[in-house]
Design a protein around this ligand. Structure first.
Ligand code: SAM
Ligand code: SF4
Length: 343
């Protein structure tokens, strides 16, 4: 397998805090979409047919990506999450992880994955410097799993989770988008995983992203409904203190080793504590998941911009990061689907 070229950028200094936006929020967290492609077609993320993928020449090369991550680190970004599409199908993933983690400012590197291919590479990812993973898994029923992911293999995903746990990519977090009539009757089974494992099971509200509007209309289950359903099975859940910039509201089943998180973008938006921006696979700095305001960093790189110019562009872009969204009014300011942004 080819490897990416040696480190091409060395940060000049250690920034003390991330760049700020006009509302005073500090952005120290970058989510990087490594590809817009995926080996699943989850019903809440992609349409069944008609998905358009970008030509490969429009995606950032490894060297461009490494250079940009170094420049984000220089602005004060300390935390990275690799996502997609499906990040494990990006060629040279292990080498990219190693390069990203070699920037001194990068203190935490995690990945969100569907885990289909994880069991083969979890150990290499850990050795290369990956700290943690989140796995998207919406059901423990293999037949339903195949239906919801439109073809996914539950046994392979579960093997990936167990291997990640074994090699120390924990504490494992499992993300489950709760959909009415699909997996909403199974939330207690998912939550039960936390009783004797130190994992975090997180229940997400579906968002009406491009291409999944009908699934949203029929499927949204609020966190409050999921919470009530869990309490029918386990009695009152214990509330835990939340980290201020973590969108999950944390609870646990009394006596359980692990925890339960609720992520409620529809019923309880969390713009005030947002500390994240995104880099799309085609090299756009995306300021908010739910707004299409983006800055094209790839073209600046390809037209010869200096490091200082790109850093200035990143800082200027972050300054104008928006606040609030209009998802309830269905006036979405985005034409990208979730798989093209990375969640
Ligand atoms: N393929 C990887 C995975 O599934 O974990 C990473 C990319 S995926 C787009 C990132 C996260 O977005 C997943 O946890 C997925 O459940 C979530 N997601 C996708 N579509 C969503 C939607 N319409 N509403 C809420 N979450 C969504
Ligand atoms: Fe792929 Fe992740 Fe979207 Fe599922 S949620 S289709 S695994 S990108």
């Amino acid at each position: 397998m080819a490897t990416v070229s040696p480190l091409i950028f060395h940060p000049r200094k250690t920034a003390v805090s991330g760049p700020r936006d006009a509302y005073g929020r500090t952005m120290n967290y970058l989510r990087i979409s490594l590809t817009d492609r995926c080996n699943f077609r989850c019903m809440y993320c992609m349409p069944a047919v008609g998905m358009q993928f970008q030509p490969r020449e429009e995606l950032l090369t490894d060297d461009e990506l490494i250079r940009l991550v170094g420049l984000f680190a220089e602005t004060g970004v300390t935390k990275l999450r690799l996502t997609g599409g499906e990040p494990t199908i990006r060629p040279h993933l292990v080498d990219l992880v190693r390069q990203f983690k070699s920037f001194p400012n990068i203190r935490e590197l995690s990945m969100t994955t569907n885990a289909l291919l994880l069991s083969r590479i979890a150990g290499d990812l850990k050795d290369a410097g990956l700290d943690r993973i989140n796995v998207s898994i919406d059901t423990l029923d293999p037949v339903r799993f195949r239906f919801m992911t439109r073809g996914g293999r539950f046994d392979m995903v579960w093997a990936g989770i167990e291997e990640a746990d074994r090699v120390g990519l924990g504490a494992i977090k499992l993300n489950s988008v709760v959909l009415r009539g699909q997996n909403d009757h199974e939330v207690a089974e998912m939550a039960r995983l936390t009783i004797d494992r130190p994992w975090q099971v997180r229940f997400l509200e579906i968002m009406p992203m491009e291409g999944v509007g009908l699934v949203y209309d029929e499927g949204l289950v609020t966190s409050e409904e999921t919470h009530l359903e869990l309490e029918k099975h386990f009695g009152p859940l214990e509330q835990l203190p939340a980290h201020p910039s973590d969108p999950a509201r944390m609870w646990k089943i009394p006596g359980a080793q692990g925890t339960i998180g609720f992520i409620s973008p529809m019923s309880e938006p969390f713009c005030d504590t947002c500390n994240r921006v995104r880099l799309t696979a085609d090299g756009n700095l995306r300021l908010c998941l739910l707004h299409s305001d983006e800055l094209n960093l790839r073209d600046r790189i390809r037209s010869g911009a200096t490091d200082a110019e790109i850093v200035a562009t990143i800082r200027g872009g972050i300054w104008r990061k928006p606040w609030g969204h209009h998802v309830h009014e269905r006036q979405m300011h985005t034409v990208r689907g979730m798989s093209q942004i990375g969640g």
